[in-house]
Design a protein around this ligand. Structure first.
Ligand SMILES: Nc1ncnc2c1ncn2[C@@H]1O[C@H](COP(=O)(O)OP(=O)(O)O)[C@@H](O)[C@H]1O
Ligand SMILES: [Mg+2]
Length: 269
């Protein structure tokens, strides 16, 4: 199976603070890699390095065989200019916690903009594609709605459709449901599960453990800038080897059950 993502000894430093301290990770084409770990452990920074929103300070990342941020000429590495870096980024879709839709554009316009502007796709073709994508995320009837008219779950589904419009080889999700009200989480996770079933390669940062268990081929636990432990969902959630992984899981599960009982409480009252 071909590798879609390969990270080797990735370091990232902000000023004096070492945020990533040697990340090694390989994700095969068609696989779903979930990243879990406490806030501040470097999950977002690592995702941002994969699509070159951040430049690594040491180490290398390849996506679909291309070295991110550099061009290899002979045996020399040349830093890519911003235009070439943007070109690489086109193959990588990213979905953020806070959707980041353009507020002054309709759902359909949000989806068609990048293909029209960066790929020169005609307006008619882009519009057809946007309807297909809105269909895929269950929002065909919301094509003309503005982000402010959408629920958080709907806005996030539009954001996913927007990323898909660039026909990415890889999708990155950074806590796609953590800004949502609990009752809207499911509809977004369903869309992501559909993508997984369709064979999309994805790296997903999430705190939704039962979702990660369902959808992931592999789960990596990040701790203090490294991947402390990685394995199948079963290995990581049922038989973690590291004390820090066990503590993290215990904490997340306690929070989940607290949220659940609060929900039941609300329903009962
Ligand atoms: N642009 C930045 N400048 C300085 N520090 C940053 C920057 N981005 C992230 N950090 C720091 O890097 C650490 C890891 O952050 P982040 O990758 O967001 O972790 P996570 O997503 O796991 O919560 C944090 O301590 C954060 O403050
Ligand atoms: Mg984060």
């Amino acid at each position: 199976m071909a590798e879609m993502v390969r990270a080797e000894n990735v370091h990232k430093q902000f000023g004096h603070s070492q945020v990533l301290k040697g990340i090694n990770l390989a994700v095969n084409t068609g696989e779903v890699q979930c990243l879990i770990g406490a806030s501040g452990s470097g999950k977002s920074t690592f995702l941002r390095c994969i699509n070159h929103l951040e430049e690594v300070t040491h180490g290398h990342i390849w996506v679909a065989g291309q070295l991110i941020g550099y061009q290899v000429k002979g045996n020399k590495l040349h830093r890519l200019r911003s235009r070439a870096a943007a070109h690489q980024r086109r193959d990588i879709g990213m979905v953020f916690q806070h959707f980041n839709l353009f507020p002054h554009m309709t759902a359909a316009e949000n989806i068609t903009m990048a293909p029209i502007v960066t790929k020169g796709v005609s307006k008619t073709i882009a519009a057809d594609q946007s309807m297909r994508l809105l269909d895929k995320v269950g929002l065909r009837q919301f094509a003309d709605a503005y982000p402010a008219q959408l629920s958080g779950g709907q806005a996030q589904r539009v954001a996913i459709a927007r990323a898909l419009a660039m026909d990415p080889k890889l999708m990155l999700f950074d806590e796609p449901t953590s800004a949502l009200d609990p009752e809207l989480v499911g509809e977004v996770l369903e869309v992501i599960k559909d993508l997984a079933a369709g064979g999309m390669t994805m790296v997903i940062v999430t705190h939704e453990l039962s979702f990660a268990r369902d959808v992931a081929d592999s789960i990596a636990f990040m701790d203090n800038g490294v991947i402390l432990e990685q394995g199948t969902p079963n290995q990581i959630t049922s038989n973690p080897q590291e004390e820090r992984t066990r503590n993290f899981l215990r904490r997340v599960l306690t929070e989940e059950s607290r949220a659940d009982s609060e929900k039941q409480h609300e329903r009962a009252s």
